[in-house]
Every structure is written in structure tokens, then in C-alpha cells.
Ligand binder design. Sequence first.
Ligand code: AP5
Length: 215
Amino acid sequence: MNIVLMGPPGAGKGTQADFMKAEFSLPHISTGDIFREAVSQGTELGKKAQEYMNAGKLVPDELTIAIVEERLARKDCLQGFLLDGFPRTTVQAEALKRVLQKTGRKVEAAINISVPQDILIARLSGRISCKECKTVYNTSYSPPTRPGICDKCGGELIQRSDDRGETVKNRLLVYQEQTSPLLDYYDKHKVLYNIDGNRDSREVFYEIKEILQGL
Ligand code: AP5
């Protein structure tokens, strides 16, 4: 299964990806996670990506495409993959198509999770995650048992630096302008599935699971 997971910031892509990879054993490729890891390790990639991420802008296409192309060429992706947060521009979508065509592959489903904007803002401002094991919580919707402490490993819970004020607004704007046109793109390719993400995350997953089982 070659799956693309789409939706605005805070729609629940990462949350659903966790369910999906557990159920279908797919390698999960999140460009956001790759960039955050590079930033925390202080690599050249991290230094380049950080200024764009902090401003709520997209990291340049050529940098992002090169990373995904390298990752998709690895053995574990040949039987299927779950892309989360990529593609985000038409240039990225076209590059993905070309890269997959080289090995006779294509995107089989683009799962688009929709959530109203006011809920997205509430979710992003309440998101906290564990510094150690990366488990994600939400201060309003799924709080940890003890404030600031991870239930799973006892690690410190922190807020993502791009989940604050103006950066959130910019990310939502960038999504509207640069990423939402991809819904049309995948609709024309007859692989778009729209999901209402404004429900309990297990209900959302149940619908995604049915779609994937029907592929
Ligand atoms: P990225 O990490 O991809 O962020 P994003 O797309 O903005 O998405 P988020 O991770 O914020 O949200 P999500 O949809 O995964 O929601 P989550 O499940 O966590 O990208 C970050 C940055 O990296 C970009 O701004 C850009 O700079 C750069 N970048 C990444 N990819 C790029 C690309 N391809 N090209 C260029 N630049 C790129 O859920 C959010 C919160 O809601 C959590 O607290 C969760 O617990 C809660 N929640 C989830 N589902 C539910 C539910 N059903 N009900 C209640 N609460 C819920």
C-alpha cells in the first residue's frame, strides 16, 4: 500500500499514522519529524530547515524532495509506505509521481483529514509531546495523568516551537495557499478519500482502516 496522508496542521495526521503503522506495518515517513530530528541534532539540514519551520513556512521543495526520494528508495518502502506531510506542493506531488514511476509504483490512496479551523487552532495550542519517547498528548483532548509528565516513560512534556501564535496562523495560511490545491490534484488521479477528522480519533481510524482494507 502506497499511502499519502493529507490535511491541515493539527488535523491528526501523526495521530492516525500511529494507528495505521501499528495495524498495517507500513514504514511511516513524516517529513516534519525528519526535519525536527535534524534540528535537534544540529545537522546542516536542521540548520537550513529551522528558519522556515519557525516562520511557519515550507522548507524549499528541492531539499524536501531529495530527502523523500532517498527514503523511498530504501528496501523497507518497496512493499508500501505511509507518507505524512509530503507532498505539500504541486512540485512535490509531481516529483513523487516521477520517483515512484521509476520503480513501477504509484500513490494508491491520498487520505485527506478535514477539521474546522477553530478546532485546528485549539488542537495545536494544546498539543504537548514527550521529549524522550515523542508520545503526543493534548491538554484539552487527551491530557497526561500528571501535568507535564509522560504517562509512558516519565519524560518531560514540551510544546513544539511552531505551535505558538503567529506561527500557527502562518502554517494554516500556507496550507490553504500551497497545499490545499493538491486535493484537486489527487481527485483528478482518482485516489482521493475525504475523511471527517472532527471526531474521536478511533472513529477516524476506523473509517481509514475500511478504506485501506478495500484497496
Ligand atoms: P509537520 O510536522 O508535517 O506539521 P503539520 O502538517 O503542520 O502537522 P502537525 O504535525 O502539526 O499536525 P498533525 O496533523 O500531525 O496532528 P497531530 O496528530 O499531531 O510539519 C512541520 C513543519 O515542517 C512545516 O510547517 C514545514 O516548515 C516543514 N515541513 C514538513 N513537511 C514539509 C514538506 N513536505 N515540504 C516543506 N516543508 C515541510 O494532532 C494535533 C493535536 O490534536 C495533538 O495534540 C493530538 O493529540 C490532537 N488530536 C489528534 N486527533 C484528534 C482527534 N480526533 N480529536 C481530538 N484531538 C485530536
